[in-house]
Design a protein around this ligand. Structure first.
Ligand SMILES: *[C@@H]1O[C@H](CO)[C@@H](O)[C@H](O)[C@H]1NC(C)=O
Ligand SMILES: *[C@@H]1O[C@H](CO)[C@@H](O)[C@H](O)[C@H]1NC(C)=O
Length: 264
C-alpha cells in the first residue's frame, strides 16, 4: 500500500513538473511586452541601439521583403501618437500597432517581433508592414481618431476566446476573398467596427466579399493573444495583388468587436 501510493505520488510529481514548466515557460508576457516596448522606443528615437537583436539569428523584414534595418522605418525618429501591443506566449512573439500622424513622413506600422523558442530576451525577427502616404485609405489622423476611442483592455477570463477560435477567425477573414462560405462562418458582433486604413465600416459584418478571387492570401504570420482576445495576421494579400498587409481582429465574448487593416 505504502509503496504503491508513493509510486503514484512520484508519477503525479513528474506530471506536475511537466504541467508547471511547459516549453514556453521562459517566454513570458512581461518579457514579450518589454521587447515590444523596446521597439516602440527605437521607433521614437530612430535608433536601434536599445534593441536586443539576436547575434546569431536575426532577420529584418519590411513590407514582406528582407531589408536593411538601418535604412527602413527605424532610420529616422518618429513622434508616436498611439502604440498598443499584444503578446503570444506560445509562438514567443508580439504584435505592435504604431500611429505617427505628424511629421514629414507619417506612418501606421503593424509590427510583429519574433524570438527564438522560449527566450524573449533577444529578438530574432522584426517583421513590419509600414503604411505611409500613398498606402490604401491612408489618413493617419483619421485612423487615430477611430482607434483612440476603442477599448483593447484585458478581457475577463470568462470572455476570452480560445487560441483555436482566434486562429480560425483570422483565417476565415483572409479566406473571404476566395471562399464563398468564409464570411458566414465568422461570429460577427452586432456593434462591431472595421477600420481599414482610415475607412470605417459599422457594423462590420456588412458588405463582405463572398469569394471570387482565385488567389488565396498567403504567407500568413500570426500573433494570438487570448487575454486581449486578439489575432493579428501579417500576410501577402494575394487575392487583390500581393499587397503587404496586416489584419488584426478582437473578439469580445466570442464575437468580433474590432477589425483593423493596414495595407501597403
Ligand atoms: C506607448 O503607449 C503607452 C500606453 O498607452 C504609453 O504609456 C507610452 O507613453 C507610449 N509610448 C510612446 C513612445 O508614445
Ligand atoms: C530564427 O528566427 C526565426 C524567426 O523568428 C525562427 O523562425 C527560427 O526558428 C529561428 N531559428 C533558430 C535556429 O532558432
Amino acid at each position: 500500500m505504502v509503496r504503491s501510493s508513493s509510486a503514484m505520488g512520484a508519477v503525479l510529481a513528474v506530471l506536475g513538473s511537466f504541467a508547471a514548466s511547459p516549453v514556453s515557460a521562459d517566454c513570458t508576457r512581461e518579457d514579450l511586452l518589454a521587447a515590444a516596448n523596446s521597439y516602440v522606443n527605437a521607433v521614437t528615437a530612430g535608433k536601434i541601439d536599445g534593441l536586443k537583436l539576436s547575434s546569431t539569428n536575426f532577420t529584418y523584414q519590411e513590407n514582406n521583403k528582407a531589408a536593411d534595418i538601418k535604412r527602413g522605418v527605424l532610420s529616422q525618429p518618429l513622434k508616436i501618437d498611439l502604440n498598443r501591443s499584444t503578446a503570444d506566449t506560445v509562438a514567443c512573439a508580439s504584435y505592435t500597432m504604431i500611429i505617427s500622424s505628424g511629421g514629414s513622413k507619417p506612418y501606421v506600422l503593424a509590427t510583429q517581433l519574433r524570438h527564438d523558442a522560449g527566450d524573449a530576451s533577444t529578438i530574432s525577427m522584426i517583421d513590419t508592414i509600414a503604411a505611409t502616404t500613398g498606402s490604401l485609405f491612408f489618413n493617419p489622423k483619421q485612423t487615430l481618431g477611430y482607434i483612440q476611442k476603442e477599448n483593447w483592455g484585458v478581457l475577463d477570463a470568462a470572455d476570452r476566446p480560445s487560441r483555436d477560435l482566434l486562429k480560425r477567425v483570422g483565417d476565415a477573414y483572409l479566406d473571404m476573398w476566395t471562399d464563398a462560405k468564409a464570411a458566414d462562418s465568422i461570429p460577427w458582433g452586432t456593434n462591431c467596427e472595421r477600420v481599414e486604413g482610415s475607412s470605417l465600416t459599422r457594423p462590420c459584418g456588412g458588405s463582405l466579399p463572398h469569394g471570387g478571387s482565385a488567389k488565396n492570401n498567403g504567407n500568413r504570420r500570426y500573433v494570438i493573444d487570448e487575454t486581449i482576445g486578439s489575432v493579428d495576421v501579417l500576410c501577402s494579400f494575394d487575392s487583390l495583388g500581393s499587397l503587404p498587409d496586416s489584419h488584426e481582429i478582437r473578439l469580445e465574448a466570442g464575437k468580433v468587436k474590432y477589425v483593423h487593416t493596414v495595407t501597403v
